[in-house]
Design a protein around this ligand. Structure first.
Ligand code: 5GP
Ligand code: MN
Length: 334
């Protein structure tokens, strides 16, 4: 982050402010972890902070400290809108363009007070006066740790804040396995453990909380997997009917796309999930190595993300979307 921005933010935050903190729509561990870490930090500094999520967060994150105070825009439009428009500073975390907040975009477009972006996605939009954006980081949570340190307040990071930060670092790094995991990431985590987080319990809360239905749905997803060894590609699909059959709940398909990459020789994996309520096919892409799925998602499926993890959507039927995908990959050269 630029030194002059840090100084300006230090000054802005020197007196108590009303602050709105926004994660992206369908927030993941990093979006929730980073917004709640910042929330606890700002509250500790006597600000009046509120996390406002565009829609509900998955159940497997509901244990995060402070999640009970998160406002959900989709089901609480009036209060959420008022809180955003009353804020004196708006932080947007873990996304790079306002449309990533869905309908909330229209409210955020009306904001006239300073906005701060903390994010690690490519090609950040220019809506924020203060932008801390760097794709070198594996998680926004790691950047929030740095941000608090830049403000000279590292000693305020307590067990609660550290727990939130650890959550996002863990989930966005695939439990410390993705290439963006650096020695610095591990040094920060070492510090979080020294502060007193229960890292083993956090893993347990994040990953060992499957329902029977979720595992059955995973079983179906794996059976649906198609593999194209010569293209080093695999994909999974789940129709709305299948989601219904296994009583799908938000978060149930989280991480399922990664199974495609666990097959030996596969470097590009996708998952297509039909969401009838929104009339879209939600797509996730993952790759290993230099195949840029961010570029692929942008070019073909109205999306974006990172080099090795991206997402997008299609307004066509599940069948046609998959046909389109197969056609594109058949022309792909590795
Ligand atoms: P996921 O597949 O887990 O939903 O998302 C993977 C990565 O791609 C995340 O960093 C997420 O923020 C980004 N991403 C997912 N969907 C979209 C999308 O529709 N548009 C853009 N620009 N990025 C996305
Ligand atoms: Mn993230």
């Amino acid at each position: 982050m630029k030194n002059e921005d840090i100084l300006a933010l230090k000054e802005l935050l020197a007196t108590p402010k009303k602050i709105a903190i926004i994660p992206h729509k369908s927030p993941d561990g990093d979006a929730m972890g980073s917004t709640l870490a910042l929330y606890h930090f700002l509250q500790k500094e006597n600000h009046h902070a509120t996390v406002i999520s565009p829609n509900d967060f998955p159940n497997f994150l509901a244990w995060l400290p402070g999640s009970e105070n998160v406002l959900i825009f989709e089901t609480n439009k009036e209060i959420s809108t008022q809180t955003i428009l009353d804020a004196e500073i708006v932080f947007t975390l873990d996304f790079n363009a306002l449309h990533r907040t869905g309908e909330m975009e229209h409210v955020l477009n009306k904001v006239t007070v300073p906005m701060v972006m903390i994010d690690h996605h490519q090609k950040p939009d220019g809506y924020a006066i203060y932008t801390y954006s760097d794709t070198a980081f594996g998680s926004t949570c790691e950047m929030v740790y740095n941000f608090i340190t830049f403000l000279g307040k590292n000693e305020l990071i307590d067990k609660t804040i550290a727990t939130c930060i650890y959550t996002g670092i863990t989930t966005d790094s695939g439990s410390f396995r993705f290439p963006s995991t650096t020695s610095t990431t591990h040094r920060i985590v070492a510090d979080l453990i020294d502060i007193g987080i229960n890292n083993s319990e956090i893993h347990n809360l994040l990953f060992d909380n499957n329902s029977y239905n979720r595992l059955q749905l995973l079983g179906r997803a794996l059976q649906n997997m198609k593999v194209f060894p010569e293209l080093k590609t695999s994909y999974i699909s789940l129709s709305q009917k299948e989601l219904d059959e296994f009583h799908y709940e938000k978060g149930d398909t989280e991480g399922v796309v990664n199974y495609g990459l666990t097959i030996k020789g596969i470097e590009f994996a996708a998952i297509f999930i039909e969401h009838r309520d929104e009339n879209i096919i939600k797509i996730s892409f993952r790759s290993q190595g230099d195949f840029d799925v961010n570029q692929f998602a942008r070019e073909h499926f109205n999306g974006g993300g990172h080099i090795n993890a991206a997402g997008g959507k299609s307004y066509d039927s599940l069948e046609n979307t998959i046909k389109k995908f197969e056609k594109i990959i058949s022309k792909k050269t590795h």
